[in-house]
Design a protein around this ligand. Structure first.
Ligand code: B1M
Length: 221
């Protein structure tokens, strides 16, 4: 199979949620020397974008979105160690979760993989994470950064609720707050008082490093 055929197969089979075929094609891609990043950004993510577009048009329903997501997760399980394999030095600690009311996790998981690859220790709290759970995890792990993911316009207000909870617990200034997720914008992040926003996983990693460096240089030795 050519690289183009594998990428097209990954796109088409993710779209219809054919998880076994997506797994086989991911393995075939690796065997044929395709870059993991290429499979991700040239096939798997565009396919999920098309799933979302079809859902919006009413051509797909929740079950179709779910099986497409499962097919994507299968590929991510195979690609995860390769995407994270950089041998980078430990650069910081990150607590991450999808906010309360929201069960989307593929984008969050991808950010986690890239953070781990860049040398972060990541404590992933999963999905539908209540503010108290973020606070407990911050108290336990003392991270440099806490990351809130939201993928629905109806769950984005949880950013503010989480930040309010951090303030109430007296730990807002102890941690950098980053936010992200498909509907989030820089303007929204600024409005809720987050310290950083990134539109995708690689920008999230770059920004996380920058924010930590800025904070460390601001603290007197
Ligand atoms: Co849902 N869903 N979904 N869904 N779903 C969306 C998000 C939607 C945009 C589809 C659409 O209408 N076009 C839409 C939201 C509309 C809106 O609010 N604006 C939507 C809806 C409406 C819903 C339901 C309400 C449907 C229903 O029940 N009627 C429901 C809600 C459930 C809930 O959470 N309470 C629902 C359910 C689901 C499934 C469970 C079926 C499934 C999720 C499975 C899973 O995640 N395990 C699902 C899926 C698969 C999608 C789409 C198709 C794909 C999401 C995805 O994984 N994208 C999605 C359409 C779309 O996004 N185009 C959609 C790929 C992923 C790599 O990208 O998530 O953007 P993304 O992550 C990026 C960046 O956002 C960023 O980096 C990531 C990697 O580059 N990023 C961060 C993420 N977190 C970050 C954190 C950071 C920084 C960057 O710092 C902390």
């Amino acid at each position: 199979m050519t690289h183009e055929e594998i990428l097209k197969g990954l796109y088409d089979n993710t779209l219809i949620g054919n998880a076994p075929e997506v797994k086989d094609l991911t393995n075939a891609g690796l065997a044929e020397g395709l870059e993991p990043e290429s499979m991700l950004y040239d096939a798997l993510i565009p396919s999920l974008e098309e799933v979302g577009a079809r859902f919006e048009r009413g051509d797909f329903f929740v079950p179709e979105m779910l099986i497409a997501a499962r097919a994507m997760q299968g590929a991510l399980d195979i690609l995860r160690p390769l995407l994270a394999e950089t041998g980078a030095q430990q650069v910081g600690t990150y607590v991450m979760g999808t906010v309360k009311g929201d069960v989307h996790d593929i984008g969050k998981n991808l950010v986690n993989i890239m953070l781990e690859g860049a040398g972060f220790t990541v404590h992933d709290l999963g999905v539908n994470v209540a503010p108290e759970k973020f606070i407990d995890a911050i108290n336990e792990h003392k991270p440099d950064i806490v990351g809130f993911s939201a993928f629905l316009t109806t769950t984005m207000p949880m950013f503010k609720a989480n930040i309010n909870a951090l303030e109430k617990a007296g730990i807002r200034d102890d941690v950098i707050v980053m936010v992200g997720g498909a509907p989030v914008t820089q303007e929204y992040a600024d409005r809720v008082g987050a310290d950083g926003y990134a539109a995708d996983a690689s920008t999230a990693v770059r920004l996380a490093k920058e924010l930590i460096a800025r904070r460390r240089s601001a603290v007197p030795a």
